[in-house]
Design a protein around this ligand. Structure first.
Ligand code: ZN
Length: 286
């Protein structure tokens, strides 16, 4: 990549390297216990025509917006940050170009700051935000987590800075353009170097979508995010009507099936039935 975007990425890389060598870091105080723990949080609700999520589907669907907190011995990690808390009052500004297709159904308290508060976690203590991708329902809380480094696939980050791709992918930079230090990664990235928190590229929904593989005491989990909205997306290879790259999305679903065959539990991106089975913070998932 050439030009100002390339320079911006390089500057971010330099900051990242400097911080890894001992710059200021958020506190690494643990929540509780010794091992790694996963907490699930509902950071908003949306409704839309089912056809948007499952091509050919009829009627409307209301679905949750998940975000996760991973308590690792080397620091706190968020996987996605949900809807912007003010999207209830001002969807056209904060949801942006998709505001006509998606209705915000959140209630007060369905936001990342309120959810972390219930865990007694100051957002300033979070070390990393791993964003699955840049859509408004996955980055809306980024601006409230000020000291975190944002870990995102380089392809996705580039797409979020190129006007044509911002338009084509319905991104709304107001949700992710907050000057965080960004760590653009290319494919799999082992966040702590111990194999417990690893990004896996699951492109297709957007140019650089990623999922997150976790090795927890209770087993292996893959937080699929929008690589796989629902259980039936995976069972039936039933794609949404709106996909950036269908062939890549199918490949990503095949990868998720393979991980599941090998013993991983898949956490679906927006499945209301599945979500009802997931313990909510402050209770641990594992
Ligand atoms: Zn989503």
């Amino acid at each position: 990549m050439q030009g100002p975007q390339a320079r911006a990425l390089n500057v971010n890389q330099a900051w990242w390297d400097g911080l890894k060598k001992g710059g200021r870091r958020p506190s690494q105080r643990r929540l509780r216990g010794d091992g790694m723990a996963l907490y699930a949080m509902t950071c908003g609700w949306l409704s839309c025509d089912l056809n948007e999520m499952l091509a050919g589907g009829e009627g409307r669907i209301t679905f949750p917006i998940p975000a996760y907190l991973i308590d690792h011995p080397k620091g706190l990690v968020l996987f996605d940050t949900g809807l912007h808390p003010h999207s209830i009052d001002d969807p056209h500004t904060l949801v942006g170009p998709l505001a006509d297709a998606f209705d915000v159904r959140s209630r007060p308290g369905d936001d990342i700051v309120s959810r972390l508060e219930r865990l007694d976690v100051d957002p300033g203590r979070v070390r990393y935000i791993v964003n699955s991708h840049l859509h408004f329902d996955h980055t809306g809380g980024n601006g409230f987590v000020p000291n975190a480094r944002v870990v995102v696939q380089e392809t996705e980050w580039e797409a979020g800075r190129i006007p044509e791709l911002v338009h084509a992918n319905f991104y709304n930079p107001i949700n992710y353009d907050h000057g965080h230090i960004v760590k653009p990664v290319d494919g799999e990235f082992d966040l702590f170097g111990d194999g417990t928190v690893v990004t896996i590229p699951t492109f297709g929904h957007t140019p650089g979508h990623q999922s997150l593989k976790l090795k927890l005491p209770g087993g292996e989990i893959v937080l699929a995010a929008d690589a796989c909205y629902f259980c039936q997306t995976l069972e039936n290879m039933h794609l949404p009507s709106l996909v950036y790259d269908r062939a890549r999305m199918v490949n990503s679903l095949l990868l998720l099936r393979k991980l599941r065959r090998n013993g991983a539990r898949i956490f679906f991106g927006h499945d209301p039935d599945f979500w009802r089975s997931v313990p909510q913070a402050p209770v641990k998932v594992f």
